[in-house]
Design a protein around this ligand. Structure first.
Ligand SMILES: [Zn+2]
Length: 388
């Protein structure tokens, strides 16, 4: 990682999908299109995503996750033993189906659009890895530094273990977690080997542990499986992240935690400041926390007071779900609040989350996403002039 600039601008990962790509994805998933033909189309979509980012002034680019159905479900194509299941199919295995459907409606969750990778047998990785091919294509088409988001070990374990479907192969979640960690460690090693600069472990379901109330506890960003005591869950998450990254040097690791990006209705997404999570997040052996802060739902920045400079912050300064473009001055203002607790060297700038977490329900269009990134890059320039 050689970012010499202050306030490097990056993304959380996903770019908005053009309609033709979503249609192609559906055809691939139903078997009407081969994976090879889908990839040829997706190559074009990735090139456009890279171009948008570069033109907007992004320093560390991603491939937009254009080949993925969503940020974690895509692993079904890469791992044996996993089956992609729609939320609506999983309803059949829920103890309280009617109650759960009610929750989904209230939270504006598109049950048809959200799919989870469910472990239905022993999960085994292949030589091809999870995101290695994506990363290779990205590296081949940009001279910028690169970020590759992959599902974190807690997210993957928690979303994939489902009672009635997974317990024959894995009696407990812990049994599945061991295989998940092994697969993700190999993935990180492989991404590092091909020269990826920044690996982001997506762990949004961690926030559900703390902020989801009783009604919400069965759904939040893949957190379908039940949760146990919050402190035990968070301890489990810290252990899995640390086991995943242990001893892997020469690549930057970040953990991304937000409170949901499945709907533009802010009131259905979880809210609360990062205070209750920080004691655990700070114990994760990663250099950066990639956090949403542009939405008022993320709460006040004062929670960082006790953790001055302890980690780098991938600071969310643009809301991916709104039409309005943040102004560079607004963004600079937000960063200055955080500069009370972090040195300029510790701050990276990014939107709160991706622009297309779920392929079937992207939260913005490319033009707006582009203009938001442009505003972030302009703000970064203003900050560099002041702090360099
Ligand atoms: Zn997110």
């Amino acid at each position: 990682m050689s970012q010499s600039k202050l306030f490097p601008v990056t993304v959380v990962g996903s770019w908005t999908r053009p309609e033709w790509l979503v249609q192609a994805l559906r055809r691939r998933q139903s078997g009407e299109m081969s994976a090879e033909n889908f990839d040829i189309l997706a190559d074009d979509a990735v090139l456009a995503a890279i171009k948008y980012q570069e033109d907007a002034g992004v320093d560390i680019v991603s491939d937009g996750e254009m080949r993925r159905d969503n940020f974690y479900s895509f692993v079904v194509d890469k791992l044996a033993g996993m089956r992609l299941m729609k939320l609506s199919e999983l309803l059949d295995y829920m103890k309280d189906r009617a109650g759960f459907e009610e929750i989904l409606r209230a939270l504006d969750v598109p049950a048809f659009a959200i799919k989870s990778p469910i472990a239905v047998d022993k999960v085994v990785g292949s030589e091809a890895g999870l995101a290695v091919e994506e990363a290779r294509f990205l590296k081949g088409h940009t001279s910028h530094e690169t970020k590759v988001p992959i599902p974190g070990p807690y997210l993957l374990t928690r979303s994939s273990w489902f009672e009635g479907l997974s317990d024959k192969a894995y009696p407990t979640r812990e049994d599945l977690a061991r295989d998940v960690v092994r697969i993700l460690r190999r993935e990180c090693e492989a991404l590092k080997r091909i020269g990826v600069d920044f690996i982001q472990l997506d762990e949004p379901s961690i926030s559900q542990v703390v902020y989801g109330d009783e009604a919400e506890q069965t759904f939040m960003c893949a957190a379908l499986g039940s949760r146990s005591d919050p402190a035990d869950e968070l301890e489990f998450a810290v252990r899995l992240v640390n086991e995943t990254v242990a001893g892997i040097e020469g690549v930057k690791f970040g953990v991304h935690v937000c409170r949901g990006n499945w709907s533009r209705k802010e009131d259905v997404l979880l809210s609360g400041n990062y205070g209750p999570l920080l004691p655990w997040l700070m114990r994760m052996d990663v250099s950066q926390l990639v956090l949403e802060m542009a939405t008022p739902r993320a709460g006040e920045v004062e929670v960082f007071k006790e953790y001055r400079n302890e980690k780098e912050l991938g600071l969310g300064v643009a809301n991916p779900r709104t039409d309005e473009i943040e102004t560079p001055a607004q963004i600079v203002g937000r960063v200055k609040q955080v500069l009370k607790y972090f040195d300029p060297e510790k701050i990276y700038l990014n939107p709160d989350c991706g622009f297309g977490t779920f392929a079937e329900r992207c939260v913005n269009n490319a033009q707006t996403a582009y203009r938001k990134l442009q505003a972030v890059a302009e703000a970064a320039e203003m900050l560099r002039r002041e702090y360099s």
